[in-house]
Design a protein around this ligand. Structure first.
Ligand SMILES: Nc1nc2c(ncn2[C@@H]2O[C@H](COP(=O)(O)OP(=O)(O)OP(=O)(O)O)[C@@H](O)[C@H]2O)c(=O)[nH]1
Ligand SMILES: [Mg+2]
Length: 438
């Protein structure tokens, strides 16, 4: 832990009602004294005048909070200055702080890094905090706050503790009993426990990457013949004219992608070029991209023009049986009772869009992270996989010493997820994703 005292704007840059500057480190109280000439009682809000420590000029009247260590976000002495949220106000206070000895601007993620170093958060909670700040939809927020709350970390710690208990039992036997005398029953029961836990880990991984997908959003592609109304549907769902719409067939060439919040779920919606046989090389490339995107998507919205339906081109017909496809009849401006599985919609009148959104949300609910505790990062998955492999090896180890070594490896892998062991190499990557002041 460095002896530096760091400061940064904790709220977004720009104009707002209030801007919060956070100061953390051993000189936090001295900084406050230099500006306000006074340190209020811990955790009581006080309205104080802040003055330039050098020329005495009034900078702002601010609500000031003092959190002595260890009862603060970072676990260090922390001061919060709730200023009026103007650029010049914020700049004048930051500039005054830069002239206080022992005080320097914080680096990206440094507050959270100190909280981690002081045991306030484990790494999964740090990632949860990052996800919470970045969350754009309800489902993402719920997953992030559970993780920030430590639920995922507790799950991994719980597994580690079980293994450490087991290790202690095995090592006691190895130490105190002649090798030939290690009771078979102990090794037998250890093997049973290890298999049990390895199965739990395997089960945890069998989640269809729900947690990671919830962070990225459900990938949805709109596909159909030229002029079916794909771009119009994208615009209707987005509530703005994001894509060009025209009566000319073959308008859209590039993929147009939007991030939407549909019924609380994050959706990445892609509008694509209309599918048809064409000689135009640019349009051919657009069609190739459209099909590639639909192939990679979690869900495809297949659009057929009301005027063409129910005769459906063969290229479209072939896709209708795919479970990851919703079949839509477009331009049903005055409503239409479509037979299952068709959903009638109109981008122009809005008919059927509620049903469509509910259907997309249903797919999102099934395939994205829900209430279950799931890995939310590739690095979680890799570590759990490695731990499971070590446990499977331990089960078939011929000697108790080898069994113990594999269990130790599994504990280390699980520890990497929460940052209890061997973490330096992953710290930089995690904290660099944070912005300054967080
Ligand atoms: N009446 C009516 N017309 C629509 C509706 N949706 C789209 N259109 C019209 O259909 C034509 C084509 O719409 P687009 O949204 O550009 O169709 P597209 O599928 O994106 O076409 P391409 O990009 O060329 O493949 C335009 O003239 C739209 O105004 C609708 O719900 N009702
Ligand atoms: Mg289009």
């Amino acid at each position: 832990m460095s002896g530096d005292t760091i400061y940064a704007l904790a709220t977004a840059r720009g104009v707002g009602g209030v801007a919060v500057i956070r100061i953390s480190g051993p000189s936090a109280a001295a900084c406050l004294n230099a500006l306000a000439g006074h340190v209020p009682p811990p955790r009581y809000a006080r309205l104080l005048s802040l003055h330039d420590p050098f020329d005495g000029g009034l900078l702002d009247r601010a609500l000031v909070l003092w959190f002595p260590n260890p009862g603060s976000f970072t676990g260090e002495d922390v001061v919060e200055l709730h200023l009026h949220g103007g650029r010049a106000v914020v700049n004048s206070v930051l500039s005054a702080l830069s002239r206080v000895t022992g005080c320097r601007p914080a680096e990206a993620g440094e507050f959270t890094r100190r909280a981690f170093a002081n045991g306030k958060l484990d790494l999964t909670a740090v990632e949860g905090l990052g996800d919470l700040i970045a969350a754009e939809t309800e489902a993402q927020r719920r997953q992030a706050i559970r993780q920030m709350d430590g639920a995922l970390g507790r799950l991994y710690d719980g597994w580690s503790h079980r293994l450490i208990d087991l290790l202690a039992r095995i090592e006691a036997e190895i130490d105190f009993v002649d090798e030939e005398d290690v009771p078979d029953s102990l090794i037998q029961s250890a093997r049973k426990d290890l298999t049990d836990l390895a199965d739990k880990l395997a089960n945890h991984l069998r989640d269809g990457r729900r947690g990671e997908r919830l962070r990225d959003g459900l990938s949805v592609a709109i596909l159909g013949a030229p002029n079916a109304g794909k771009s119009s549907l994208l615009n209707a769902l987005a509530g703005r004219e994001a894509a060009i719409v025209s009566e000319r067939a073959g308008t859209t060439r590039d993929i147009i992608e939007l991030h939407l919040d549909l019924a609380g779920y994050p959706v990445v919606l892609a509008d694509t070029a209309g599918l048809r046989i064409t000689d135009d090389p640019i349009e051919q490339e657009g069609i190739r991209r459209a099909e590639a995107r639909a192939g990679a998507a979690d869900l495809t919205l297949l659009l057929v023009d009301r005027g063409d339906w129910p005769s459906v081109p063969a290229a479209i017909q072939a896709r209708l049986s795919d479970a990851r496809v919703l079949a839509l009849i477009s331009k049903c401006d005055d409503g239409f009772e479509a037979p299952d599985p068709w959903i009638a919609i109109s981008a122009a009148s809005g008919f059927g869009l509620d049903r469509l959104i509910a259907a997309i949300a249903g797919v999102a609910e099934d395939s994205l992270g829900g209430e279950a505790l799931v890995p939310t990062r590739e690095r979680h998955r890799a570590a759990v996989q490695a731990a499971e492999a070590s446990l499977r090896r331990a089960v078939s180890a011929p000697l108790p010493e080898l069994l113990a070594e594999d269990v130790r490896l599994a504990v280390r892998e699980l520890g990497r997820i929460t940052g209890r062991v061997d973490v330096e190499d992953i710290l930089d990557r995690i904290f660099s994703a944070f912005c300054i002041g967080k």
